[in-house]
Ligand binder design. Sequence first.
Ligand code: LLP
Length: 422
Amino acid sequence: MKFVGENIAIGNVLVSEIAEKYGTPTYVYDEEKIRSNFRKVNAAFKKYYPDFKMFYAVKSCNNPAIVNILRQEGAGVDAASVNEIRLAKYVGLDGEDVMFSGNFLSDDDIKQGLESGVIFNLDDISILPRMLKYGKPEILSFRVNPGYGKSNVGEYVTNAGPNAKFGIHPDKVMEAYRLAKEAGIKRFGAHMMTGSCITDPEYFPFVTGLLMDIIGKVSKELQIDFEFIDLGGGLGIPYRPDEEGLDLEKAAELTSAMFVKKCEEYGMRRPQLKLEPARYFVGNAGWIVGRVHAIKESYKKIAGTDVGMNTLARPAMYGSYHHIYVDGKENEKRANIGLCGQLCENTDFWVKERELPESIAEGDLIVVENAGAYGFGMSYQYNGRLRPAEVLVKNGETMLIRKREEFEDMIRHTSVPEYLEK
Ligand code: LLP
């Protein structure tokens, strides 16, 4: 995103042109930014640990065009469900380029996961005997809860430690691999995902040490030659203008050093190192272009826009901050103003008060920053406010990559029993 005079452009296209062509609200992604985000992480980690591979967690933004960009860059897919495995296959990724990390799986999930032939990453020891009823995967990994997690989004996305639902308890990890080995499985990996949006570089080596202390002992006692260790996602981005970003170089250097040190300590042959970032790839490469439709002077001034909690759930769900720009007015005098969407819920009043241009008015365009990750993917249709369009920008050109939903999408898959039609 940049300013052209007073106006805002994404990937060299004015947001006013995007709004004119595609309407609002619209998610806009900058292809070059996604590619350069991927390359930054890849270069940083490969420099310190060359046997390194990344899997894009498609839950963050599942548009096939976006998944294809990351596939072209060399990413595999981290899938949370059978449908996300299908999405990976749809873009041409398969086998060991896909990790299946679902949790609390149904028997059907297990069967289809096995049939899909991707890497199975089991969230608990209890799934193992259920899985073995249906078959044996070629390679198996367990998601370990190493006992600690954290996140800049607070407890909401802290995915390990005593309050998390994810992963195997550390005391059960040895038994899990023992049972899997006894069942005849020959190839193994290990996984964790301890928290999302972390900008402290020291965190990554710390949790790597915790995981490796658990896995190192398993490797020694069961003589398992781990083929990969997957440290999950979690690379954070700054959301507030004054917030510091992650020192990627430092995170990569310290994490690799810890990884190598622990491999040596436990006499492990060096496994492939995997990461599953999502937010870092797409978070700051996506924006929402929305429009102000009404201004209310009430207890305070409120700008009503078409960007509601149905469009971007994060502020209402987690109290997350997303920076907002007003096209053409960023240099104007500011005042404390509220901003909301159009839903009949007060959590939709997602900016209670913020310094915004005082002259904000009907018809103005707003641009919501850092909306690429967990934006569209978490949007929904409440109040008949349907899901927005998605547009990709490249070399100054825009491409529609998902149509805006219409009324037919709202009633699709519903049916009315005949007697109710009378
Ligand atoms: N791997 C697994 C198994 C995951 O569950 C996740 C995200 C990732 C990788 C990618 O994590 P990242 O690099 O984006 O931190 N909706 C929340 C975030 C939930 C994260 C869920 N898991 C938010 O909007 O902040």
